[in-house]
Design a protein around this ligand. Structure first.
Ligand code: TRP
Length: 371
């Protein structure tokens, strides 16, 4: 088995081991050239590959790009929000933004029809993306299956630069459906550098380590490709949020995540049921304090709900010293969550018709044909 299977379960865990093994550099090396973002300050983005050239381009006033893809896999939750926050960060830095909807990948690897995949992308992802502040008119958004002949022709010709051995060593098998989806993904990653998009330019792809096999092979293909110059794409790596009950966050376990469309009372009750780092008895808690690293409510606050570092540090200190109880921490999280979800859900309602119109105009299909 390969060490990382991009289509398997996402494992939570030892990031420094993966960094050593695959040559991922620590983000600290370039942190002072990156925006002052909580994901960087808090080590949520922990590593990178090749980010120097990307940052050089930015500092020299050259063009640079950011690329990401959406795999439709159930409801949009706080784990997915990490990607959107990063898109916004790069857009503010001045990057051209490209977003692929992975309907071909979903078709080949998840037993979905292209229509189901597209519908899920629009309903669950795009509407939430727009509500979170992404302007679709400012990005190159496309569905893989409608990416155009140049895109799909390049994806197919990448096959010449790949070997079965390499695919098996990287992915564990050379399953044809996965391999063609992988080649389409390499084209996705290189799309900002297509001649029709302005040619070679530094491009960063923010991912979780599960996608690193694709990054490594795209860098290889970019180097070998004969018919056009490509720069090797850069990447950054973010930690995965763990599930609310500890372990993996998983679309098939609703109690492991909070969806941005969850009913507010349901969402709060998920916090009530979350795994905390508090001690079993009040006495023990006051004496030893909480284990913040094992507290999923604190994790939610640190990833998303508290932007101010001082506020987060104050909570951490009080909780670690035993002064603050798990119930009190949960109350803070529930209040913040309620404010956030109310506002977000209102914005999503507003965004919905806009997104539907955008899809109809740009892709000539109606996502609600029955309605
Ligand atoms: N394979 C990615 C996933 O499972 C989705 C994806 C498709 C993607 N094309 C991409 C991600 C390009 C980053 C860049 O989530």
């Amino acid at each position: 088995m390969p060490d990382i299977d991009p289509w398997g379960d996402v494992e939570v865990g030892n990031y420094s081991e993966k960094m050593d093994k695959f040559g991922i550099e620590p983000i600290e090396e370039v942190a002072d050239r990156m925006p002052d973002h909580r994901f960087i300050r808090r080590g949520i983005i922990f590593g990178h590959r090749g980010l120097d050239e990307f940052l050089d381009a930015r500092e020299e006033g050259d063009e640079f790009a950011m690329m990401t893809g959406i795999m439709p896999s159930g409801v949009f939750h706080f784990g997915h929000k990490c990607v959107v926050d990063q898109i916004k960060m790069y857009q503010e830095m001045g990057a051209q933004v490209t977003i692929a909807a992975a309907d071909i990948e979903a078709y080949n690897t998840r037993e979905m029809s292209l229509e189901e995949a597209r519908k899920l992308v629009v309903e669950e992802y795009l509407k939430n993306y727009v509500a979170l502040g992404i302007d679709l008119e400012d990005v190159d958004f496309y569905f893989q299956s409608k990416a155009g002949n140049n895109h799909l022709a390049r994806a197919a010709t990448f096959g010449r630069y790949l070997t079965q051995n390499e695919m098996e060593a990287t992915y564990g098998s050379a399953n044809p459906g996965k391999m063609s989806a992988a080649q389409v993904q390499y084209a996705d990653i290189l799309r900002p550098q297509f001649p029709e998009n302005g040619g070679p330019k530094p491009t960063v792809v923010p991912v979780g380590v599960d996608q690193d096999p694709h990054i490594r092979l795209t860098r290889d293909v970019a180097r070998k490709y004969r018919d056009q110059d490509f720069q090797k794409p850069a990447s950054t790596y973010n930690k995965f949020m763990r599930g609310l009950q500890g372990g993996k966050m998983s679309s098939s376990k609703p109690k492991s995540y909070i969806a941005l469309t969850d009913d507010i009372e349901d969402a709060k009750s998920k916090i009530d049921q979350a795994k905390t780092g508090g001690q079993d008895s009040l006495e023990e808690h006051r004496e030893k304090g909480a284990d913040v690293e094992e507290d999923m409510v604190f994790e939610l606050l640190a990833f998303h709900l508290i932007k101010d570092d001082e506020e987060l540090a104050r909570i951490r200190d009080e909780y670690e010293s035993g002064e603050m109880l798990s119930g009190e921490l949960k109350q803070i999280a529930k209040d913040k969550l309620e404010d956030f979800l109310k506002e977000h859900q209102r914005k999503r309602e507003e965004a919905a018709p806009q997104v539907e119109q955008y899809i109809e105009e740009n892709f000539e299909f109606d996502i609600n044909p029955e309605a």
